[in-house]
Design a protein around this ligand. Structure first.
Ligand code: PLP
Length: 421
């Protein structure tokens, strides 16, 4: 391949950036090096910094300095119920009602809290079903719950399509769910698989789980802010996701949790208690009412008072999604990732199924770490999942077609260093 063969692709990328621009590129501080901005295609791992986040954080520090404890009620964004103000944008993002969403803790912590409430083994209904390859933290969490209650994971954990890195069809899920039947208590499945980038059909798998009397829980770490979600309408029982990937909520940022109102309103469902999950009308009765009275919303799973410095970046991050709208964003994502897929060199094997792709494409390449070195030299940021997968995720809020083109060029160079002048 020569420069002249890539030139038309570059020109097309530049034309597309005119006609289909990234709607919020200017709202971010994008990573750069001495040569200029990097082609940052790793928002599926850690989203970049929204410019507005600096002032959101500064406001909290100023209010802390000026008001200290009085900031709970008198701050610019009163701290006492700061989490409530983020329930609405969170709900819009995942297709929920505001009282079904709460932001709290890290994702794995929340998976534990949700498993404690929703995995209730009884009689022969004990098993948990997951997709493969599941993110290790999810597997650790599930296995630790099984072991803690004396269930052997080898017997009570069903992993669909185990041992492969290939896409898992909806039919494979349905067959495994049907086969488990009334031994199945719960599914905990990724909305978008972290390794393959495959989007799973949430409504369909949720229905299959409900048909055998099991509950449907979803890990949406790679789905939130990536694909359109309709958790309430799809009858999902519960879900959790992190905010530091597509949502750009900052490193180690808060996790979002969805609990369908039919469960949130059932205050008999067991859950761990903490004062911020208590009914706000009696929260400050302190020692006078020692009994936990859960509020009948997702907030009931909240244990501690909200971490203000972690909530603040979410305000600016989620505002960007509201300004563009998830439907518009997903449409641009389909165009952008679809275009990238078509331009990739033929020697790259795309693992992500074309009919079930989100922003991320998982690329099977030999000697991935060598390829990664070329990408780094060319200012293209992707990540490697050993031994042979490179993940590239153009984020529709800020990535351009030229960013996608730079990946194509760098891959071309990696394969044949002499091919481009
Ligand atoms: C699918 C999935 N589950 C769980 C986690 C763990 O998240 P945390 O470190 O916030 O608990 C991640 C992190 O990237 C993830 O991608």
């Amino acid at each position: 391949m020569t420069t002249s063969r890539l030139e038309p692709i570059h020109n097309e990328a530049l034309r597309l950036d005119e006609s289909d621009p990234a709607p919020k590129r200017d709202a971010f501080e994008l990573p750069h090096n001495d040569q200029g901005p990097l082609a940052y295609l790793t928002g599926n791992s850690l989203g970049p910094l929204p410019k507005q986040t600096r002032s959101e954080l500064a406001t909290e520090l100023d209010d802390w300095s000026r008001l200290a404890v009085d900031a709970h009620f008198e701050a610019t964004n009163p701290w006492y119920d700061a989490h409530l103000a983020l329930a609405e944008p969170g709900a819009r993002l995942v297709g929920a009602r505001p009282h079904e969403v709460v932001w709290m803790n890290g994702l794995t912590v929340n998976l534990h809290l949700l498993l404690a409430s929703f995995w209730r083994p009884e009689g022969k209904r004990t098993k948990i079903l997951m997709d493969a390859p599941a993110f290790p933290s999810d597997t650790y969490a599930v296995k630790s719950h099984l072991r803690q209650r004396g269930f052997d994971p080898d017997e009570h954990l069903i992993v669909v399509n185990s041992g492969t890195e290939q896409a898992t069809t909806a039919e494979a899920f349905e067959a495994a769910i049907k086969a488990a039947g009334d031994t199945l208590a719960l599914g905990l499945i990724a909305g978008v698989n972290f390794l393959t980038g495959q989007v799973h059909p949430i409504a369909r798998i949720t229905k299959a789980l409900h048909d055998v009397g099991a509950l449907a829980g979803w890990d949406l770490a790679h789905a939130a802010g990536n694909i359109e979600l309709k958790l309430h309408e799809d009858q999902v029982d519960f879900a959790a996701w992190c905010s530091y990937k597509y949502l750009n909520g900052g490193p180690g940022g808060l996790s979002g949790v969805f609990i369908h109102e039919r469960h949130a309103q059932n205050t008999d469902r067991p859950r761990f208690g903490g004062w911020w999950g208590n009914d706000p009308s009696t929260r400050f009765k302190m020692h006078q009412i020692p009994e936990f009275h859960p509020v009948p919303t997702a907030d009931a799973w909240q244990l501690s008072n909200p971490p203000i410095l972690a909530l603040a970046p979410l305000r600016s991050a989620l505002a960007l999604f509201d300004e563009v709208g998830m439907a518009k964003l997903r449409a641009r994502s389909e165009r952008l990732t679809g275009w990238l897929r078509k331009q990739l060199p033929a020697w790259v094997e795309v693992m992500t199924p074309a009919d079930a792709q989100g922003a991320q494409l998982s690329l099977g390449v030999q000697q991935a770490e060598d390829v990664q070195k070329t990408l780094q030299r060319e200012g293209v940021v992707c990540d490697v999942r050993k031994p042979d997968i490179i993940r590239a995720a153009p984020a529709p809020l800020y990535n351009t077609y030229e960013d996608a083109y730079r990946l194509v060029r760098a891959l071309t160079l990696a394969n044949d260093p002499g091919s481009i002048a």
